[in-house]
Write a protein that binds this ligand. Sequence first.
Ligand SMILES: NC(=O)C1=CN([C@@H]2O[C@H](COP(=O)(O)OP(=O)(O)OC[C@H]3O[C@@H](n4cnc5c(N)ncnc54)[C@H](O)[C@@H]3O)[C@@H](O)[C@H]2O)C=CC1
Ligand SMILES: O=C(O)[C@@H]1CCC=N1
Length: 273
Amino acid sequence: MQQRKLAFIGAGNMSRSIISGLIHSGYDSAHILASNPTAPRLEKLEEEFGIQTTVSNDDACAFADAIVLSVKPQVMGDMCKALRENNDLEGKLFISIAAGLPVSRLKEMLGGDYPVVRVMPNTPSLLGKGMSGLYADESISDEDRQYVEDMMNGVGETVWAEKEDDINGVIAAAGSSPAYFFLFLQAMQEEAMNMGFDKEAARLMVQQAMLGAAEMVCNNPDLELSELRAQVTSKGGTTAAAVNTLIDEGLSDIVAKAMRAAVDRAEEMAKQL
Ligand SMILES: NC(=O)C1=CN([C@@H]2O[C@H](COP(=O)(O)OP(=O)(O)OC[C@H]3O[C@@H](n4cnc5c(N)ncnc54)[C@H](O)[C@@H]3O)[C@@H](O)[C@H]2O)C=CC1
Ligand SMILES: O=C(O)[C@@H]1CCC=N1
């Protein structure tokens, strides 16, 4: 992997996840810096990962060859305005992980035709189990594409989006989706508690079932998901009773609606911001 000087502007949940994955995959900690207006988050990152930190985005900009824009979409405009007013941005590669902000809008915010690659990661990057969608327009060099791909492969799996709009599909399927699974598990944990298990036992059961199911999916790439389900489901048995309830109550429609809502929100943000 090219060991460029890499700065994260905005040291929140997602930056922490990517930084953790990068350090564990061998990226030199001396080549990573994070900036954030509040010190406690920075101190934690320094302690945990041995990276450099600063409260000054300008210092981060001066340090970096590549800059990950990882503030909330709603503050991106103001942050970029200050960055372009105080710094020479020529020669920097920008990597935006923000939902709903197209490359064209990011270039306007940065005030020039600088190279911008969009990455849509997710928080399991923290454990090297991330899933990221990548998008670069034709102006981005092969070297820059390779750098971003290697960087995100260091924290999980990657897919390239052919069109920029596909990034919104990545948000629905992977960026936001860890939260869907957490919600599903939470509902299962609550019902297990209603059945009399204490909180810890209820959590252990549902998390271990999820882990086992996820590993079965990953270890059997040639088996359809429906086949894996069939292997658990005895005719006339308990799983059939549960699964048929989920189907009859419209789980597929609910999931489709939820994923569509994520895409709609990303499109709405693109118009508003
Ligand atoms: N959390 C997630 O699962 C994912 C988040 N994203 C994107 O990542 C970006 C960051 O999201 P999170 O890490 O979840 O948010 P977060 O709120 O945890 O982190 C944002 C950080 O930016 C800092 N910040 C605010 N204003 C700043 C400024 N002017 N300069 C420097 N830092 C500033 C905040 O103090 C905070 O620490 C968002 O654009 C989001 O769309 C993308 C994929 C997944
Ligand atoms: O909720 C959000 O907007 C961000 C983007 C994907 C995950 N978190």
